[in-house]
Write a protein that binds this ligand. Structure first.
Ligand code: GDP
Ligand code: IMO
Ligand code: MG
Length: 423
């Protein structure tokens, strides 16, 4: 039995939460494998909107088990808030939501370090969500981190104190000091740890191994997107985890030959939140229209997302690194009525035309080369069958499929669970 992956192919916020929620009915287990509360995954059904940060997006469906894998970093405080927000749904958390003992904990001082680090960078800041992601992964790879499994040890508070003390020393070295009330932060943290302990901690790699032997179906839910990957993204303007397909192997403990389908999600245009290069970014009315019609505000921080034309050079790059087998195109409805669409098919890189995603895509090196294609006029939001899609949209789909050489199997025409068309 294979593990299928679902990954964002751009700079995050492609609509992963919505599609995981749609696909969950086909799976026994949904598992997050990297990232943490920097993610904001939106689900809309029955007229209600939900935003999940660390909890996998299969949590609302009756039959699925949801697992937070070892590659994820967990902030107990945010996790508790997520659980509290779901109270009305009477979800059987101890049986439906399991956490890997090897997942790392985000301490309050990790968040402070994130803030201090960003402030020190000044204009060069990453635009982090300030959830402590970078410092927590640094402690993980630096072999200093604290894990969920540590909470089962008698001396866990000593482990906590040793790490927090180290962080406080580090904080004192920054030029500009961050204001905080440690007592308040720790009270909130320890209360949240008590809530976390009500859930089951598991050796998740063993759990997946047994589940696969029993023929259970597993969907791995990515966070962020390939262009935010710590290796392959627009470094240093990236997140601190492996957001690409390989991250599912290390973040869950499944082997490469156990990966089946790789679903790649992309928006019909492109957005980015935070700093960093964005070759097809628009600063005109088209960009404004995408933002307004697409309601492009971050699900975690509320920040306005930058918008631009579809970048096929970048999309093809993401498809290649991840071995995408099926594509899902989101937010096609947002483009209805645009006069024309532009798609970037090549870059002008230091005066030369190139068709691959290079080392550095900063604006002084790279400018996009566009083809112009016609846009559809019809409102797509009420459509429910691929036979009703307008010709111009079908042509756009075919153009993308021919370029990246992978079929588009789902077209999303609105934020609701039901506004999803299979092809
Ligand atoms: P994720 O991080 O990849 O899960 O994506 P987010 O939830 O951060 O952002 C996607 C946003 O687009 C959310 O507000 C969704 O409700 C919304 N959305 C998802 N699919 C569609 C779609 O096909 N059309 C429109 N208009 N909105 C969509
Ligand atoms: P989902 O899962 C969009 C961006 C931040 C910042 C950079 C580093 O909802 O798609 P970090 O907090 O990781 O230190 O921030 O990455 N970023 C995201 N952008 N969607 C996300 O997640 C993101 N998670 C992080 O804006 O530029
Ligand atoms: Mg998001």
């Amino acid at each position: 039995m294979a593990v299928n992956l679902l990954l964002g192919l751009q700079w995050g916020d492609e609509g992963k939460g919505k599609i995981v929620d749609v696909l969950t009915t086909d799976y026994d287990i949904i598992a997050r494998f990297q990232g943490g509360p920097n993610a904001g995954h939106t689900l809309i059904f029955d007229g209600q909107k939900h935003v999940l940060h660390t909890i996998p997006s299969g949590i609302f469906r009756k039959n699925s088990i949801n697992i937070v894998g070892n590659g994820v970093v967990i902030d107990p405080v945010i996790f508790k808030k997520e659980l509290d927000n779901l109270e009305a749904y009477n979800i059987d958390f101890p049986n439906k939501l399991l956490i890997s003992r090897k997942a790392h904990l985000i301490l309050p001082t990790h968040r402070l370090l994130d803030a201090a680090n960003e402030a020190a960078k000044g204009k060069a800041k990453i635009g982090s969500t300030l959830k402590g992601i970078g410092p927590t992964y640094m402690d993980k790879t630096g072999r200093n981190g604290m894990r969920i499994g540590d909470l089962e040890m008698d001396n866990w508070k000593e482990i906590y104190t040793a790490l927090a003390t180290k962080h406080l020393k580090m904080l004192s070295h920054y030029d500009s000091q961050i204001e905080f009330d440690l007592n308040e932060l720790e009270t909130e943290f320890f209360t949240a740890i008590d809530t976390l302990r009500e859930l089951r901690f598991i050796d998740s790699e063993e759990y997946f191994h047994q589940a696969m032997k029993e023929g259970k179906t597993i969907l791995a839910e990515g966070a962020q997107g390939s262009l935010l990957d710590v290796d392959f993204g627009t470094y240093p303007f990236v997140t601190s985890s492996t957001t690409t397909a390989a991250g599912a192997c290390t973040g869950l403990g499944v082997a490469p030959n156990q990966i089946g389908e790789v679903f790649g999600i992309f928006k019909a245009y492109v957005t980015r939140v935070g700093s960093g290069p964005f070759p097809t970014e628009l600063f005109d009315k088209n960009g404004e229209d995408m933002g307004r019609i697409g309601n492009e505000f971050g699900a975690t921080t509320g920040r306005e997302r930058r918008c631009g034309w579809l970048d096929l050079v970048a999309l093809k790059y993401s498809v290649q690194i991840n071995g995408v087998t099926q594509l899902m195109m989101m937010k096609a409805d947002v483009l209805s009525g645009f006069e024309n669409l532009k798609v970037c098919t090549k870059y002008n890189y230091k005066g030369k035309e190139i068709s691959h995603f290079p080392y550095n895509v900063e604006a002084h090196n790279v400018s996009p080369i566009y083809e112009t294609v016609p846009c559809w006029k019809e409102d797509l939001t009420g459509m429910d069958s691929s036979s009703t899609l307008p010709k111009e949209l079908n042509d756009y789909i075919k153009y993308i499929e021919d370029f990246v050489e992978v079929p588009i199997t789902i077209v999303s025409v609105g934020p609701d669970r039901n506004q999803t068309i299979n092809r």
